[in-house]
Write a protein that binds this ligand. Structure first.
Ligand code: HXC
Length: 258
């Protein structure tokens, strides 16, 4: 499938989606959002794919929603079309693991998209921010909620109220990113992590993702119960038998994703 605003690549069980509007620092116009939604949908439903990487260019993961496209929008246009949120949350509803590999700017909707992914690998040159207030709006794709959960109220409040950017080290310190990688190695490292995840028993990986996500949606006791129920259910899989037998027999497991 050919896209105009994305590049896609499939490397065995890993799909890589590269945001590709270099002249606009990968700003999200409607076409990019439609194409991204389509690509995410396709890879989430593609049986051979076990993990997805979303990345951008060295200079920008994405500089946010396209301000030139947004500027003429009226309140009622935004309301009736459910502006941007219409298909924005697709990344957050992915069932397969999704890694954001962020180099350069991840601003506004770019930061929000990265936070919808399961974890963020940051290049040394990464910069995160919610600068919407400086152009008269607020974050609109979950930024005030997810940044607050990931980085805490004080930092999220300061970032959203001032629009300042944080660098990769600050983002790692506050728990927004899982770790920092040398800029030129980011994509190779993201692919390598994605291959590792894709090699795990598929249902176990998908359910583990659901369990971790439940920590953000429920109380501790409900989350622990949810974890236990899914944990028990994994004993119904071939891969549990194979994984444990392989350990006992001191050999590599051969998972069949059943
Ligand atoms: C449209 C954008 C853009 C954007 C950059 N460009 N960001 N176009 N929408 N969000 C365009 C510029 O107009 C310019 O095009 C080209 O990309 C290069 O950008 P420069 O500004 O010349 O680059 P630089 O000086 O290096 O500055 C980089 C930057 C700056 C700091 C990232 O571009 C910037 O501040 N961008 C806006 C960031 C922002 O406010 N994001 C939040 C958007 S609102 P030309 O044609 O001039 O060469 C948002 C709301 C989300 O995301 C709501 C929910 C989904």
């Amino acid at each position: 499938m050919a896209y105009e605003t994305l590049l896609t690549e499939v490397d065995n069980a890993v799909a890589i989606i590269t945001l590709n509007r270099p002249d606009a620092l990968n700003a999200f116009n409607n076409q990019l959002m439609d194409e991204l939604t389509e690509a995410l949908d396709r890879f989430d439903n593609e049986a051979t794919i076990g993990c997805i990487v979303i990345t951008g260019s060295k200079k920008a993961f994405a500089a946010g929603a396209d301000i030139k496209e947004m500027r003429e929008q009226s309140y009622l246009d935004a309301y009736y079309t459910d502006f941007i949120t219409r298909n924005w949350e697709r990344a957050a509803r992915m069932r397969k693991p999704v890694i954001a590999a962020v180099s350069g700017y991840a601003l506004g909707g770019g930061c929000e998209l990265a936070m919808m992914c399961d974890f963020i690998l940051a290049a040394e040159n990464a910069k995160f921010g919610q600068p919407e207030i400086t152009i008269g709006v607020s974050p609109g794709a979950g930024g005030t909620q997810r940044l607050t959960r990931f980085a805490g109220k004080s930092k999220a409040m300061e970032m959203c109220l001032t629009g300042r950017m944080m660098d990769a080290e600050e983002a790692e310190r506050c728990g927004l990113v899982s770790r920092i990688v040398p800029t030129d190695e980011l994509l190779d490292e993201a692919k390598s992590v994605a291959r590792k995840i894709a090699s795990m028993p598929r249902a176990t990986a998908m359910m583990t993702k659901e369990m971790v996500n439940a920590a953000y949606e429920t109380t501790l006791s409900q989350g622990v119960l949810f974890e236990r129920r899914l944990f028990h259910s994994l004993f119904a899989t071939d891969d549990q038998k194979e994984g444990m037998e392989a350990f006992v027999e001191k050999r590599e497991p051969h998972f069949n994703n059943r």
